[in-house]
Design a protein around this ligand. Structure first.
Ligand SMILES: Cc1ncc(COP(=O)(O)O)c(C=O)c1O
Length: 428
């Protein structure tokens, strides 16, 4: 492999933070629009004194709904809050929605039962929910949090080791009479198979909730992910391709689901000061919405660049035995929110963790997503059915390594990272 040197990137985070000293190539830096492009909107917001519930939020919702091709894009304070509110809103809206997705296609929520139709049981000292949501374990912990916060029980299932996304087969096999919803994720920005998952959901009359935290910048057959499913919930946190600072978007075609998410982000208060249900403050501030609007202008550019970097990583690493890649289904383009490889310890000759240490020794920061997977985390392991082992998930969790990617990474940095990986064994 050709060795190239690259300019060390000045590490702004390192100043004053001893834990980050020595990092030359940070794992991530936010893909932000220029300060100049943000200035006029920021000035206007500050001068107006309208810091929340203002026109920027509305404009962002309209722009995103148009881009995704959905009836509603509801701006919220984070993806986690968006997911929490979606499960709550599904419970409230089940059976009542009259919205139509097309002339012949009524909203599936209209025929659904409330999620809370199953109560809780006491098992020993613990109250255990009965209503089940089938979800992958190999995903970010917020997806499980949103379910458990709604007094529902996550049922963890396998993912496909190639795509890292949950499969319709795994979901179907885990559906029981107590299942109230299906959850999936576009892991690392790699689109999951919405039509196939929707088919299972429709077969059983269940809502399909997609954690689309990594979804901005991803597409299927040239169309941005976000339409399809009962709701898709995006994150606009600093590590994502579309950045608000902190923020989320709930995309849905269901009018009443959108209505209850809007109420839920407002404490459950419709303006009468008589809360209809216990909500939260889940609003997106105007400064964040303005940042996201400007970020939307550069989203395609950011996504194209990530895809170029991902292709370069693949070209540089493909000859190395034991290094695997995340594969996309035909027609799908990942946002590459993360560029995650797998390290087979036998074929590569060292473990993922040893490789991670070798990279860290060279100042290259990486992440081991998602290790531990949800079914092994303190908060969620008691929900895991030990009779349903998740070997593919455990292997992925032990082998996955996300490499630095983003605007702070140029081609020379990619080659240097790959060079360190290729030579790690000699150094170890
Ligand atoms: C897959 C996934 N889901 C949900 C979230 C939560 O997003 P937020 O931080 O906006 O709540 C994240 C955050 O990175 C994520 O990676």
């Amino acid at each position: 492999m050709k060795r190239e040197t690259f300019q060390l990137i000045p590490e702004v985070h390192a100043a004053g933070d001893p834990s980050r000293q020595g990092i030359r190539v940070p794992f991530v830096r936010p893909a932000l629009p220029s300060a100049e492009s943000l200035q006029p909107a920021f000035d206007e917001i500050i001068r107006s004194g309208r810091l929340t519930k203002g026109p920027y939020c509305e404009r962002l919702e309209q722009a995103i709904a148009k881009r995704l091709g959905v009836r509603h894009a509801v701006a919220v304070s984070s993806c986690t809050v968006g997911l929490m509110l979606v499960y709550r809103a599904l419970d409230l809206s089940a059976g009542s929605c009259r919205s139509r997705r097309s002339a012949v296609d009524a909203c599936p929520v209209a025929t659904m039962e409330p999620l809370s139709r199953f109560g809780v049981v006491r098992t020993g000292s613990r109250s255990e929910p009965l209503g089940e949501v089938v979800m992958p374990s190999f995903t970010f912990l917020a997806a499980a949090a949103a379910i458990v916060w709604n007094n529902l029980r996550p049922v963890f299932v396998e993912v496909d080791p190639q795509t890292t996304n949950v499969t319709p087969q795994a979901i179907r096999a885990a559906i029981t009479p107590r299942t109230v919803a299906i959850a999936a994720c576009h892991n690392f920005g790699n689109p999951c198979d919405i039509p196939a998952l929707e088919a299972v959901a429709n077969e059983h009359g269940l809502p399909l909730v997609i954690d689309a935290a990594h979804g901005f910048g991803a597409s299927v057959h040239g169309r941005p992910v976000g339409a399809g499913a009962t709701a898709q919930v995006f994150s606009l946190s600093p590590t994502k391709l579309l950045v608000a600072g902190e923020g989320g978007i709930v995309a849905t075609n269901c009018d009443c689901l959108a209505h209850f998410v809007r109420l839920g982000r407002e404490y459950g208060n419709d303006g009468s000061y008589d809360a209809l249900f216990p909500g939260v403050n889940g609003r997106m501030p105007e400064l964040s919405a303005a940042t996201a609007l400007a970020s939307l202008e550069i989203l395609d550019q950011v996504s194209d660049r990530r895809n170029e970097l991902a292709s370069l990583y693949r070209r540089e690493l493909r000859e190395l035995p034991g290094i695997g890649f995340v594969e996309s289904m035909p027609g799908a383009r990942s946002s590459h929110k993360d560029f995650s490889i797998t390290v087979d310890p036998t074929r590569f000759g060292m473990t993922r963790d040893a490789l991670r240490r070798a990279l860290a020794a060279k100042g290259i920061e990486t992440r081991a997503y998602y290790d531990p997977p949800c079914h092994r985390q303190t908060a969620y392991e008691h929900f895991h059915d030990r009779m349903r082992p998740l070997p593919a998930t455990d292997v992925l969790a032990a082998r996955s390594l996300a490499l630095p990617i983003g605007g702070h990474v140029d081609d020379a940095v990619v080659r240097e990272v790959c060079d360190v990986i290729a030579n790690a064994k000699q150094v170890a």
